[in-house]
Design a protein around this ligand. Structure first.
Ligand code: SF4
Ligand code: SF4
Length: 395
């Protein structure tokens, strides 16, 4: 789901501030990472009366947490901020609408951090961004959202190239709640420790959390682990495709986890092992080489209903969608338009106001065509646009 609701940007911005003012009382739907980051970002300016979360046995940051049913039974209606993202956020929005809430009563965290950030703090904020460090991978998952199986180029970027991209990104963006670091397989990039350390040392005040995504098969060298150990904001998320990989690769994943433990590096492992096939599904994005030649109204609809919001940077280009980034940067797709990404070097020539407007328009999905050109080569993500699935991690 994108945010534009068919409106012009100026009208949308103005109405958002009117519907979600600083004077209102709010409920945070979701008491996870984004909730904490929003509290950190806006402090007392944002009055959160309580949170709603499936895990209702707790208080977070001194604020009470209730079950989602509390909203139905609690008389006084407050403005709601959905703090989750992607498909979960769409699901929550659907639940709220079924309870009679409309878009003047609930908003998404990305809207709040972007619009409040500029309106009240004169800052350019965002929920997250993925820093892509290259496309080489040691697996070849059929449903890979970066189309690894189609790539001819297996490039990994040098430290200098990634460092320049990070510098250019943070010369535009004031605060990102989460920075994801991705490959391909991230640990094939031997500079990954240096990259994360550089980011934390130079921009640690400008993000809440940094996450490396990995399949855990490359056991990092000691110098990489030594650098990563210095990064307090770092978490490693292991997508453990153990049910689809060799015994030797599984053994590497075990060694990888042992190393992280011995270096006290925080990590989570999401394993496909021992789970039922039905629970391990990715959306089948289709063949990136096949252009469907669909009408603009169909593409607008797909873009607007797609749950894929995957801002990502690669070699000084800030893309709306990592699928398009991957297809363009590995030369699978050559019809990208300038509206599909922001050139982080060129945008620096604009004054701050103009730069902010361009950036906010882009990240809130106000694109001149109303969709990305690559949406014509992609089935989209989310039950609202795609009913084709592919097993997670199948080789
Ligand atoms: S999904 Fe991850 S592990 Fe699988 S091919 Fe793609 S980048 Fe590699
Ligand atoms: S390219 Fe695909 S995943 Fe990206 S916004 Fe368009 S439909 Fe969604």
């Amino acid at each position: 789901m994108k945010y534009s609701q068919g409106k012009q940007f100026e009208q949308y911005f103005h109405e958002f501030i009117k519907c979600f003012p600083a004077e209102a009382d709010y409920v945070a739907y979701g008491a996870g990472n984004a909730f904490y980051a929003i509290r950190e970002m806006f402090g007392d300016k944002l009055k959160i009366s309580y949170c709603v979360d499936m895990d209702c046995e707790k208080k977070v940051d001194g604020i009470e947490v209730h079950s989602p049913d509390f909203l139905k039974n609690h008389g006084e209606r407050k403005k709601i901020i959905i703090t989750t993202n992607g498909g979960y956020a769409d699901e929550i929005a659907g639940r709220l609408e079924a309870m009679g809430y409309d878009r003047t009563e609930y908003c998404h965290a990305q809207e709040l951090v972007s619009i409040w950030g500029w309106h009240y703090q004169h800052k350019i904020n965002t929920l997250f961004c993925a820093v892509i460090v290259g496309f080489a991978c040691n697996l070849n998952c059929k449903g890979c959202s970066e189309y690894i199986g189609y790539h001819k180029s297996k490039e990994m970027l040098s430290f200098e190239t990634v460092k320049n991209t990070i510098d250019n990104y943070f010369s535009i963006v004031d605060y990102a709640i989460q920075i994801n670091v991705l490959g391909g397989e991230t640990f094939i990039n031997r500079d990954i420790g240096k990259i994360c350390r550089y980011m934390e040392e130079n921009y640690g005040e400008r993000f809440h959390k940094m996450v490396i995504h990995t399949n855990g098969i490359v056991v990092p060298q000691e110098n990489v682990l030594t650098d990563l150990r210095t990064c307090d904001k770092l978490h490693i998320w292991i997508s453990d495709y153990s049910s689809h990989i060799s015994e030797r690769q599984r053994e590497n994943v075990r060694i990888f986890q042992d190393k992280l433990e011995s270096y006290h590096i925080k990590y989570n492992s999401f394993s496909t092992y021992n789970q039922k096939e039905a629970e391990e599904q990715w959306f089948d994005l289709g063949n990136p080489l096949v252009k469907k030649n669909q009408e603009a109204n169909i593409l607008k609809e797909r873009f607007s209903r797609c749950s894929g919001i995957c801002f990502s940077v690669y070699k000084d280009r800030y893309y709306y969608c990592v699928m398009e980034l991957s297809a363009v940067e590995t030369k699978l797709y050559e019809d990208a338009k300038e509206q599909d990404y922001i050139d982080l070097v060129r945008i620096q020539q604009c004054g701050r106001e103009q730069r902010a407007e361009k950036f906010l328009r882009f990240q809130l999905g106000f694109l001149p065509d109303g969709y990305l050109s690559f949406c014509d080569n992609c089935n989209g993500i989310g039950v609202g646009v795609n009913n084709q699935y592919i097993g997670a991690g199948i080789q």
